[in-house]
Write a protein that binds this ligand. Structure first.
Ligand SMILES: NC(=O)c1ccc[n+]([C@@H]2O[C@H](COP(=O)([O-])OP(=O)(O)OC[C@H]3O[C@@H](n4cnc5c(N)ncnc54)[C@H](OP(=O)(O)O)[C@@H]3O)[C@@H](O)[C@H]2O)c1
Length: 312
């Protein structure tokens, strides 16, 4: 009997950890690595990242595609995904842990005035600053999905005044939730530290522009760990130049790697990170993919299937 075939087609990642992990944890599967795919009609599942254009050609029996990443906009835009074949995005505890650590780190950084203490040290200035109580600090999360909800729960645990915005209503203990575009202006007005954890879709592309930054209170902080295209970069720079946005931590950019001449690199109020707020961890994610795949083989519904029309 033919063994179930999983094609590994992830590019720009640590093959030893990923492919090695699949081979070690699933000796029962026929695991092939691009470009040695054999007969494409034999491929049942594909594990993919940054796929080549014609990856899926001839895979007439494909049952599902697993993405290495949580954000799937590039996979969807790249085309070539066979119609009707489910695309599964990455929902993994290791990824959520990494993102939660990073968001908590940057929220605490601004909350505890570390940006000011660092500047004061450069000036040799000994200035005590009393931090606010966390309950008096409003942190607003754009996006309350797998990652946003995990960050929200951790921030609630630290005592912050946590609010969240999503497309549909949400119930998360201790979080004041709102939804829909109608409620975005009010949400921004009450947010002192804004964290973007949205997926990139037609609706969220360019969402954070001059109008939206102006709706934040003066001196707000911004952490972008969603996607670079959520932000109109010139508008953010203008808001930083006037101090309306006091400081920003940017992990994602319209062009990556961030071009050397980009103003973000040298702006005194910007922290640039090389898109590593949360990297998918092979140690946990290989298991996550295999658990989903095996349950599917046993007749269960796949979990975390992307709604292609919605874009996430
Ligand atoms: N920087 C990094 O290292 C890194 C790593 C991983 C992921 N990411 C980014 O993080 C994103 C979120 O990941 P996730 O796993 O948390 O995604 P998710 O579980 O799909 O959650 C997405 C959230 O965004 C909300 N949303 C989507 N469109 C919206 C709209 N038009 N208006 C309001 N809310 C909207 C959704 O609302 P509903 O729940 O109501 O649908 C949901 O709460 C990824 O797509 C990726 O771009 C970045």
């Amino acid at each position: 009997m033919k063994r179930t075939t999983l094609l590994y087609a992830a590019f720009g990642v640590d093959d030893a950890a990923w492919l090695g992990g699949f081979r070690e944890q699933a000796p029962d599967l026929d695991i092939r690595a691009w470009p040695d795919i054999g007969d494409p009609r034999e491929i049942d599942y594909v594990f993919v990242w940054k796929q080549p254009l014609n990856l899926f050609d001839g895979m007439t029996n494909l049952r599902a595609v697993f993405s290495l990443g949580a954000g799937v906009e590039t996979l969807l835009a790249g085309g070539g995904l066979p119609a009707g074949v489910p695309l599964v995005r990455m929902v993994d505890p290791g990824l959520a842990t990494g993102m939660t650590e990073f968001v908590v780190l940057r929220v605490l950084h601004y909350h505890r005035n570390m940006h000011l203490h660092e500047a004061n040290q450069r000036d040799g200035a000994w200035i005590q600053l009393r931090p606010k109580l966390p309950e008096d600090r409003a942190v607003g999360l754009l996006g309350l999905g797998n990652l946003g909800a995990s960050c929200a729960r951790a921030l609630v645990g630290l005592g912050f005044d946590v609010r969240g915005w999503s497309r549909t209503p949400k119930l998360i203990g201790g979080v004041e939730t709102v939804h829909g575009e109608d409620q975005l202006a009010d949400f921004l007005c009450g947010t002192e530290i804004l964290v973007c954890l949205l997926p990139l879709t037609a609706d969220t592309d360019g969402l954070l522009d001059a109008r939206r930054f102006a709706q934040l209170p003066r001196g707000a902080f911004f952490v972008n760990v969603g996607r670079g295209r959520h932000v109109v970069e010139e508008d953010l720079l203008a808001a930083l130049d006037t101090g309306h946005v006091a400081a920003a931590t940017l992990d994602v950019f319209r062009e990556e790697p961030l071009p050397r001449q980009h103003r973000f690199w040298t702006h005194p109020s910007v922290t640039v990170m090389p898109h590593c707020a949360a990297l998918t961890q092979p140690k946990t994610a290989v298991r996550t993919v295999l658990d989903n795949l095996r349950a599917h083989l046993a007749g269960a519904q796949l979990r975390h299937v992307v709604d292609v029309a919605r874009g996430y």
